[in-house]
Every structure is written in C-alpha cells, then in structure tokens.
Ligand binder design. Structure first.
Ligand code: FPP
Length: 229
C-alpha cells in the first residue's frame, strides 16, 4: 500500500565523481522520477519521499536554496508526468518555514492533481517525526483545554488524526538508500511497524531495478505486528 523512501547519498555520489554536492541532488531528481514510475507500475497506492528534514535547514545556505529551487523547478517540469500517470501530489511538513512562492506553487500543484487516483505521492518537506508529534500534541492540548476529563479516553487512532499524515496509511516499507542505518527523525509514530530496508545504493543510482528488488525483498518478510502467527 505505502512505500516510503529516505533518499540518501546524493552528496557522496557527487563527491565520488569530483562534482559539487548539488549535482548529486540534480541526478537524484531522475531517481524520484524512476521510482515514481516504478511504484505506479507495481500498483503501490502511496509513495512518500523524505526530501528535506527540519534539520536540513542547518545545511549551507547555498545548498538549501538550491534544493528549494530544485523542488520548485521539478514541480513545474513534472506536472504532465504526474497527470499522465494519475498521480496525486501532496506536500507534508512544516510548511510555514517554506518561502511564499514555493508554498503557492505547492498549493497549485496539489489542487491540480487532487482528483488523480492511481497513486498519491507525498513529499515530506521541512518534516521531522518529533516536530510532527509535537505539533499534534500542542493542537490536542489547545483543543482539549477546559475538557481535560476527556483526555484519558484519547486513543492512538485519535492522536493520529492530529499528525500531518492524518488520513494516509502508515508506511508498510521504509527504504533508506546509501547504506546508512538510521531513521533520522523521520516517520517515528507512523513507522512503528514498518518493515525497514537498508540498501547500499546511493540515491542517484537507485532506479527502477533497485525499487523492484526492494519490493521483492519486502514480499518475503513476515509481518507479525508483535503477535504470533
Ligand atoms: C540526501 O542526500 C538527499 C537530500 C537531503 C535531498 C533529496 C532531494 C532530492 C533528491 C531532489 C529534490 C526532490 C524532489 C522530490 C524533486 P545527502 O545530501 O544527505 O547525501 P550525503 O549523505 O551523501 O551527503
């Protein structure tokens, strides 16, 4: 149902070729396209990509602005591909931190692709798992002020409704590329029972073949959710 990817290794890909880090991000856009097509082909319903974390704001200003420009440009360039493939485009994260122009472009693309039903592509932008849990908690605290007696009855399902991912299924599979084995503050709540797959391929080299091979590996996993079969 839902495959999520922590796209990692763009910088190392570029460095290994004596190029600027930015070149790795540029090449990484090709992998985004390839994996989107592969996911549609495989019948995946939600493909989510960790494109920029809350922590990534701490990168050199030039790299941050290039990544934001790349996001902006990709949204314009890929519009027809999204429409042709029936892909609904969604951005989730701390949107207030993004520039006004980028937010306008995001809203525009989200609106234009709203009726596409083959697959939903979620781009996590300015996102972190702890931030999401915090913003949900703050909203609940405000909403329940004066009704504290109702708090004890809150369920996990109730809490999930306050996360930015409300309404989307939890990821079945989380892939991280480049050989790093960390969650890096990604979908901490939603990934509680996700299968994790760490692939050594650097993101710019992670294309259809690697995506399909990840799905094959997932198919061999035995998901028990803490229970016994
Ligand atoms: C991680 O590599 C990658 C990123 C922080 C950015 C990912 C962005 C893109 C692929 C381009 C734009 C995205 C979309 C959805 C169009 P890294 O820089 O951390 O690599 P390193 O660990 O080798 O330094």
């Amino acid at each position: 149902m839902h495959v999520s990817i922590i796209m990692d290794g763009n910088g190392r890909w570029a460095k290994a070729r004596g190029k600027e880090r930015v070149q790795g991000h540029l090449e990484g856009v090709g992998s985004v396209r390839a994996c989107t097509e592969a996911a549609v082909e495989a019948g995946v319903k939600v493909l989510s990509l960790f494109a920029f974390s809350e922590e990534n704001w701490g990168r050199p200003e030039k790299e941050v602005s290039t990544l934001m420009e790349l996001m902006f440009k990709s949204m314009i360039d890929e519009f027809s591909t999204l429409m042709d493939n029936g892909v609904r485009f969604v951005v989730l994260g701390h949107r207030e931190k993004l520039s006004k122009n980028l937010n306008i472009a995001i809203d525009d693309l989200m609106k234009k692709t709203e009726a596409n039903a083959t697959m939903t592509m979620i781009i996590f932008l300015s996102y972190s798992g702890k931030w999401d849990i915090m913003q949900a908690t703050k909203r609940i605290a405000k909403e329940y002020a004066g009704r504290e007696d109702e708090i004890d009855a809150l369920t996990e399902a109730d809490f999930s409704k306050y996360l930015v991912t409300a309404g989307y299924p939890d990821p079945d599979l989380i892939i991280r590329t480049s050989g790093e084995k960390r969650m890096s503050n990604y979908l901490l709540w939603q990934g509680a029972y996700s299968e994790l797959l760490f692939d050594d391929t650097l993101w710019p080299d992670f294309r259809k073949e690697q995506f399909f091979s990840a799905l094959k590996e997932y198919a061999s996993r035995d998901r028990r959710y803490g229970k016994v079969k």
